[in-house]
Design a binder for this molecule. Structure first.
Ligand code: NAD
Ligand code: DAU
Length: 331
């Protein structure tokens, strides 16, 4: 199989490329990535002689057309992904997430190529803090932020291209990922690297907001299940029953790193901050036989902390600038 992976130099995409190269040597991987601040050649360094990395933009329709024509399937990860950045400046989110997805859809339509579109649970908005309700594929879209609105827009484009043009596409909406190679602007790696650099972790508001954590390897194994066994036109929700409030996750990181439970700062809350996400992944488990492997958050965080401790070469050069940006925003 010749596989085109958009956004393969970002967090989830790079992990996907690593596991694909390792576990599926017959798959020829091409990565298309424009290498924004969130993408890095370094994330693919250990596999660079086993893949082809094309530095280019999703909105370059002629480049996307050429690459799609050469492949059997596309896994579309590329996007602008950080909610705080979207709140500060939404324009790149509309460009990459909406126009970029349009460009991919037009190319797969022209060439009859199979597409898997990677999306987020944030398209469904948020759930009440206390309760059992979880997102399913039937939950109506209700995005809160410019980021989630652009991801919902992209999902709607994919659905329309399936219905109108018979494009062979599946969609997945996954919950919060963690693991190696995640940009240090995001919650878990930010707090780990704050501790590693002698800074105090920063918690938005009271820390009551709940996220449904999944290890990136489990997300990516679900994507392979859907690519191989998913029904075109279907949406699959991916989650591993990992609900935790932010304060508990932070205090677990502090404990695992030998720091006191109150050794952090409260900082101003994110505007429009989604309260709770929770995924019902029973359809994916039942239909495609997928099961997550990393269901113990303490184990997952222990190995993630070890990865950041051992790989300062990867994140160290970014730290000052990322924290300066947060300081400017008062967070
Ligand atoms: P990331 O920000 O770490 O990486 C995104 C990658 O896309 C970067 O390498 C960037 O250079 C590339 N990119 C951005 N705009 C591009 C463009 N116009 N052309 C080409 N490349 C471009 O993101 P991530 O956390 O790895 O997320 C990957 C995908 O998974 C996204 O679609 C995101 O919405 C989705 N998702 C993420 C999570 C999560 O918790 N991180 C959860 C569910 C779904
Ligand atoms: O649910 C899936 C989504 O998860 C993905 O679609 C997004 O791309 C990804 O960024 C993530 O979105 P969140 O906004 O949930 O993730 P983030 O890491 O930014 O924040 C997680 C929670 O932690 C959130 O409630 C805000 C809070 N937070 C975040 C940061 C960066 C803090 O308390 N302190 C922080 O310093």
């Amino acid at each position: 199989m010749r596989l085109l992976v958009t956004g393969g130099a970002g967090f989830i995409g790079a992990n996907f490329v690593h596991s694909t190269v390792q576990e599926r040597p017959a798959v020829a991987v091409t990565v298309l990535d424009v290498l924004t601040y969130a993408g890095s050649r370094e994330s693919l360094r250990s596999v660079d002689d086993q893949i082809r990395l094309i530095e280019g933009d999703l909105v370059d329709e002629s480049l996307v057309d050429t690459l799609v024509a050469e492949c059997d399937a596309v896994v579309h990860f590329a996007a602008e992904t950080h909610v705080d950045n979207a709140l500060a400046g939404p324009a790149p989110f509309v460009r990459s997430n909406v126009v970029g997805t349009f460009s991919v859809l037009e190319a797969v339509r022209r060439h009859g190529v199979r597409l898997h579109h990677v999306s987020t649970d944030e398209v469904y908005g948020d759930l009440p803090l206390h309760g059992d309700e979880r997102f399913t594929a039937q939950t109506p879209f209700n995005p809160s932020s410019p980021y989630s609105a652009t991801k919902a827009s992209a999902d709607l484009l994919v659905r329309a291209w399936v219905r109108s043009y018979g494009v062979r596409a599946t969609i997945s909406n996954c919950s919060n990922n963690y693991g190696p190679y995640q940009h240090i602007e995001k919650f878990i790696p930010r707090q780990i690297t704050n501790v590693l650099t002698g800074r105090r972790p920063k918690l938005y508001g009271t820390g009551a907001n709940v996220r449904d954590w999944i290890h990136v390897e489990d997300h990516n194994s679900a994507v392979w299940h859907i690519l191989e066994g998913g029904v075109c036109g279907s949406t699959y929700l991916i989650g591993a029953d990992g609900e935790r409030d932010n304060l508990s996750v932070l205090q677990l990181i502090l404990a695992l790193m030998g720091r006191d439970a109150d050794d952090f700062d409260h900082v101003p809350d994110r505007v429009g901050h989604d309260l709770r996400y929770a995924i019902d992944a029973s359809a994916l488990r039942a239909e495609l036989g997928w099961t997550p492997k990393h269901t113990d958050l303490t184990e997952g965080l222990t190995s993630t902390i070890a990865w950041y401790r051992d790989n300062e070469w990867w994140w160290g050069p970014l730290k000052e600038q990322v924290e300066a940006g947060y300081t400017e925003r008062g967070q």
